[in-house]
Design a protein. Structure first.
Length: 78
């Protein structure tokens, strides 16, 4: 799947989930999926919990977040 296609899966609408990034306009946020992954759920378990999602949606979440931190810089305090 192309990067551009992944980007289209993440949507932001002020009328859906208070404007948080969601997956394809569904009421499932990027944050929910990240927390599920961080909590140890597998992609398969997430897809079982959210049958409206597709495997590419999980890839889109990870790509979206990776883009957010791409230019992040951490400076050491002296």
């Amino acid at each position: 799947m192309q990067t551009e296609d992944l980007q289209k899966r993440i949507t932001v609408d002020p009328d859906v989930m208070v404007g948080k990034p969601t997956i394809r306009g569904l009421r499932i946020t990027v944050e929910q999926i990240l927390k599920a992954l961080a909590g140890g759920l597998t992609v398969e378990e997430i897809l079982e919990d959210y049958p409206e999602l597709e495997k590419e949606d999980i890839k889109a979440v990870l790509f979206y977040v990776s883009e957010l931190v791409t230019d992040e810089q951490v400076f050491a305090l002296k």
